[in-house]
Design a protein around this ligand. Structure first.
Ligand code: NOJ
Length: 746
């Protein structure tokens, strides 16, 4: 059946209004831009394409602004924002205001969980709230443009930037990415508490080979279109104000010089009207990478590929006028880029309101409502992955609680990566929150001083604390500096003596609850097997402590699910739930390394896809997470076993809460396309719902399946749904569930 496919999707004209970006078709802004540009010299237009860092090496910047040589500043201290803006508005010839930018990724002062942790909530309202709070605190500090959301789908826990991502799945990343854009931009990004957002890093940065930052990416165009591009398309459709071209090369071409990505896909296929900015020096780096043979050529390659604004490199400002004179770059290309920059400035109403009123700043930053939202977000971002014999929640009659581990009181590290502006004095640690709640029942003995600490000097006190207690809360993880940009690890186990600390504490026989506060999925096979309960909390931000206490005490019932696969060994990486079907699946239990008899015959063990020492399964699958409630799923029921190309079917599933707690279950819809013109993944997430179910009650969850949900990119680079057999699952995670077959017919 696979020969006869039907094309279901074509590029659609964009309505650019849903995320606070109302000027895509705004005639009056277009007219204003035209009349301003008619007054501009070529050099002034090029000046608008120049973004400079005002954080370092910036002595020349005020004078450059005066000359009309800077369009945007990043990293400008709040106390200087109005000063530089005044130079631009009052002292430059045309008075064009500056666009003030900064990386406000998961909070400005009030820090929400890192994006990967937020993705554990699968909750668009959590993500939207986080971006909204970040926008309000940034905007009152003079920032009108943030470089977020980062929507790089990634399979790489070694890559430090996985912390900033929303995980391994295109659909989940799309939904959460759109929510983040909505939170940043609101209904009108010009509002005093909103900022323009930036979809980054276009594209495929999340697939850097071996998880080493800035490395090459090789991925077929079909998989690029299935895995990587959908979140970017989703946020483009939702009206994200800007895109950022990344550092990486993709199949040999650096993405900051990729006409294919920036002109053919972004402008041509998607009709995206917003501004494209480079990454930091990524235009200059076209030369470093050996793609452009000079810095001037790099500037030509960047602008000709479609990068409108040059972040920090300075190449546009240095070379574009002579490149125009030499005919290497057309003035029309400069005009096009300048028009996009000015359009954004008008959309932000910077010409009317260039200055920031900071008089109410103190009441906005760390506002109690923001802290409360951060606490709720952090609690919803915690994933319970093990809970033997109901170790959790902590029993009300507990007498003594041992709090152990280097992350129990790490006020700075719990904020995670990309925190430039927050102060650790505002962080509430787990130790502080637990002391507040349990008073002198808490016995604190950190065991080690920080995550990389190899010393066992503190072990004896930690073991003594465990012995005196009814339960051990063991806070392990990674310091903030071990994830984020350029913070990759080849060994993703817990650093330092942390595993040994766990083993020493576990040997006391006391129940051990391990709380992992990291910036990536770590390999935790020993930790998981030796813990009675485990929470994956990641870096939870300012309010991580109270949020974890909420979970431990059951004030909040855990509901998070993993947005990324946790490998049991780093050698399994890349390992992800939606990998492609192999002709030798591990559909029987293969022989493991310790089970192989001496001098075993080459053919004695069978031939299937697995590792002798790691099997085939990850430690924890995508979508996995437990609750204090327990949920039972019925087999799914389909409204029809045939789906027509212009129709839809529903799949329903009864879910019963068989536990003692009310809970929220993240119900996941997966499909498999059995036969395709290209090999298809074993399973793909197609939809999900967060469903509240009271203890003892049940509910029916309904999903609708339509053919467009079953599309993939075929060998002709067209999105198609091919007729044939499918299986659908309604399941609590990607690894389990009863499937039901249906047929997609013409
Ligand atoms: C480099 C990073 O790749 C990017 O994500 C960030 O926005 C810029 N630096 C600006 O700080």
């Amino acid at each position: 059946m696979k020969k006869h496919f039907i094309i279901l999707s074509v590029a659609v004209a964009l309505t650019f209004s849903s995320c606070g970006n109302n000027a895509g078709g705004d005639k009056s802004i277009a007219q204003k831009v035209d009349s301003l540009m008619s007054l501009m010299t070529l050099q002034e237009k090029i000046g608008q394409l120049n973004q400079r860092d005002f954080g370092w090496g910036a002595e020349d910047v005020p004078e450059l602004i005066r000359q009309g040589g800077v369009g945007s500043l990043l990293n400008c201290a709040p106390e200087r924002v109005n000063e530089v803006q005044r130079i631009a508005v009052e002292e430059s010839r045309l008075g064009i205001p500056l666009l003030i930018a900064r990386d406000v990724v998961h909070g400005y002062k009030t820090i929400f969980p890192i994006p990967l942790a937020q993705a554990c909530s699968w909750d668009t309202s959590v993500v939207k709230a986080g971006a909204q709070v970040a926008a309000a605190e940034a905007a009152v500090s003079g920032i009108k443009y943030t470089f977020a959301p980062m929507i790089d789908v990634t399979h790489e826990p070694r890559w430090g930037r996985i912390a900033e991502s929303l995980g391994e799945d295109a659909l989940l990343t799309s939904r959460l990415g759109v929510a983040m854009v909505q939170g940043f931009q609101g209904d009108d990004m010009a509002d005093a508490d909103r900022v323009a957002a930036c979809a980054k890093h276009f594209a495929a940065y999340g697939l850097v080979e071996s998880g080493r930052d800035y490395n090459s990416v090789f991925v077929s165009e079909e998989r690029l279109r299935d895995w990587v591009l959908p979140p970017f398309k989703a946020v483009a459709d939702a009206g994200v104000a800007t895109f950022m071209a990344g550092f990486n090369e993709l199949n040999g071409v650096p993405v900051s010089g990729s006409k294919f990505l920036l002109r053919d896909v972004l402008r041509g296929e998607w009709n995206y009207p917003g501004m494209v900015i480079s990454d930091y020096f990524s235009i200059d780096q076209l030369w470093v990478q050996g793609y452009s043979d000079s810095k001037a050529q790099a500037a030509a390659d960047g602008i000709n590929a479609g990068v409108d604004m040059d972040m920090m490199g300075g190449g546009y400002y240095a070379y574009l006028d002579s490149l125009v004179a030499a005919g290497e770059v057309s003035e029309a290309v400069i005009d096009e880029a300048c028009r996009r920059v000015l359009t954004l400035k008008y959309q932000l109403r910077l010409f009317d309101n260039p200055y920031t009123d900071m008089s109410g700043r103190d009441t906005v930053l760390y506002n109690p409502a923001h802290l409360q939202m951060a606490r709720e977000a952090a609690a919803k971002s915690v994933v319970l992955v093990k809970n033997v014999d109901k170790t959790l929640p902590i029993k009300p009659d507990v007498r003594k609680i041992a709090v152990i581990g280097p992350m129990a009181d790490a006020a700075y590290d719990q904020m995670g990566t990309w925190c430039f502006d927050a102060e650790k004095e505002h962080s509430v640690t787990p130790l502080a929150a637990l002391r507040e709640e349990y008073g002198d029942k808490i016995i604190y003995a950190p065991g080690t001083k920080y995550s990389r600490d190899n010393s066992k000097e503190g072990f004896a006190k930690a073991v003594a604390a465990a012995r005196q207690s009814d339960i051990v809360l063991l806070f392990l993880g990674e310091e903030a500096i071990l994830s984020g940009e350029a913070k990759c690890r080849a060994d993703i186990s817990l650093p330092g003596a942390q595993t040994a600390l766990l083993e020493a504490v576990e040997a006391t026989g006391k129940p051990v609850v391990t709380i992992v506060m990291s910036g990536r999925p770590n390999t935790l096979p020993v930790e998981l097997s030796k813990s009675d309960a485990m929470l994956i909390a990641m870096h939870g931000g300012t309010m991580a402590g109270p949020a974890i206490a909420d979970i431990l005490s059951a004030r909040t019932v855990p509901q998070g699910k993993l947005p990324v696969t946790f490998p049991s060994m780093v050698g399994q990486v890349p390992i992800y739930y939606n990998d492609y079907r192999t002709g030798r699946p591990a559909d029987y239990r293969p022989t493991m390394i310790d089970e192989i008899p001496l001098e075993a015959k080459q053919t004695s063990m069978g031939f299937c896809t697995y590792w002798l020492d790691a099997g085939i399964s990850p430690l924890l699958p995508f979508g996995y997470g437990l609750s204090y409630a327990t949920f039972e799923y019925s087999d799914p029921v389909l409204s029809s076993d045939t789906l027509t190309m212009d129709g839809q079917i529903t799949v329903t599933c009864d879910i019963k809460n068989t536990g003692d707690y009310d809970g929220t279950e993240i119900v996941q819809l997966y499909t498999r396309d059995h036969f395709g013109s290209l090999v298809r993944p074993v399973k793909e997430l197609k939809d999900f719902q967060l469903v509240d179910i009271k203890a003892g009650e049940d509910t029916t969850v309904t999903f609708t399946i339509s053919p467009d949900m079953l599309e993939f990119c075929n060998a002709d680079m067209r999105m198609v749904a091919e007729p044939g057999d499918f299986t659908v699952w309604v399941a609590p995670n990607s690894a389990v569930g009863a499937g039901k077959g249906f047929y997609l017919g013409e």
